[in-house]
Design a protein around this ligand. Structure first.
Ligand code: AQP
Length: 325
């Protein structure tokens, strides 16, 4: 059975972009592949954070994974820091990666822009991400489009390692959805929806209550025409709303264009508010139940044990190949 791995950082509020671009695919994949999904909390350290908040967000994200429908009997769900092999393999791969490669990473350039000082982890984090994937010999990695460059680096490092030290790694393929790979910010539809956006009006968090969802969608930027048409170039705001609507209801965008022909943006927004609240309410109810139960810690412990077995096996092969005893 094919192996799949992906992770999400426990930073900020998990939003519809993370969900529609990545996590929703995880739920579908659990029936078809041997899936490993993790909370990549070590990546979250690349920007200084409050420790108590990081702890809380780590559990929140793990509970959200379960609340959206990941079944711990089908998938291996774990927290990255609880599998030590990630840090060790990350170092070994830092000794394979080149500075020139990391200098080209667009996400590093964006996240370090304007900052007075930047931790070295932000620079080397794509290498740790490569370790996360390669340790599990994953052949497919479901991610949003923003991660494409990091996946290319992962493939490059795996190929170089296999060439220089001997065949150890499976070369992974990114799995990027055709629609929804890039959900845009509600307040700035020319940029991707982001947890670290300055304004909360940028995103809809999976845990936003109905009133907040209504306020945010009502304020979503559209354009001065009044035509509901999918055209991301000239109508990025309306197109983004159509994509979100389409993915939440499994309705083709063309059907939505037909449905709303002649209607105003208000009608589209009102229906999307209803669709979003209906989709998120059961997730939020399940989330509250999971957070109250003691089951979560047990699931994460078992997940880390299972993940460690696979990861340690690959780490051992890496060390053998590199002559590290
Ligand atoms: N806007 C988006 N549209 C589609 N997919 C997205 N992803 C992120 N934003 C969008 C995908 O979600 C997964 C988890 O992302 P992450 O938490 O690891 O990091 P990120 O890509 O840096 O996410 P954010 O929300 O933008 O966080 P911040 O602001 O903290 O950097 C990934 O598969 C990602 O592609």
């Amino acid at each position: 059975m094919e192996r799949v791995l992906s992770g999400v950082q426990p930073t900020g509020n998990v939003h519809l972009g993370n969900y529609l671009g990545a996590i929703k695919q995880f739920v579908e994949l659990q029936h078809q592949a041997d899936c490993y999904f993790c909370v990549v909390n070590l990546h979250a350290l690349t920007i200084p954070r409050d420790p108590a908040e990081l702890r809380e967000k780590t559990l929140e994200l793990a509970a959200l994974y379960l609340a959206v429908g990941l079944d711990p009997d089908k998938v291996t769900l774990f927290v990255q820091s609880q599998v030590r092999a990630h840090s060790e393999a990350g170092w070994l791969l830092q000794c394979v990666a080149r500075m020139g490669e990391l200098n080209r990473m667009v996400q590093f350039k964006e996240k370090s822009k304007g900052a007075d000082s930047v931790v070295t982890g932000l620079y080397t984090y794509p290498v740790l991400q490569a370790a996360d994937i390669l340790l599990y010999q994953a052949s497919r990695v479901p991610v949003g489009e923003d991660q494409k460059q990091h996946l290319e680096l992962t493939r490059e490092l795996a190929e170089r390692f296999n060439r220089d030290y001997g065949e150890v790694f499976t070369i992974p393929e990114p799995m990027i959805g055709k629609v929804g790979a890039r959900i845009m910010g509600l307040d700035q539809p020319e940029k991707k929806m982001s947890k670290s956006a300055e304004s909360a009006f940028n995103y809809i968090s999976l845990l936003d209550d109905p009133k907040t969802i209504e306020k945010k969608l009502k304020r979503a930027v559209t354009d001065s025409e009044n035509e509901i048409r999918y055209d991301p170039e000239t109508k990025p705001g309306v197109s983004n709303l159509l994509v979100i609507y389409s993915l939440l209801t499994d309705t083709p965008i063309t059907r939505l264009e037909e449905k709303y022909a002649g209607s105003g943006y208000g009608a589209l927004k009102n229906d999307l508010i209803e669709v979003t609240v209906d989709h998120l309410t059961p997730i939020q109810q399940k989330y509250q139940e999971i957070r109250k139960s003691a089951e979560l810690m047990q699931i994460l412990k078992q997940g880390a044990e299972k993940a460690s077995q696979v990861a340690e096996d690959t780490l051992h092969k890496m060390k053998e190949a590199m002559g590290v005893i």
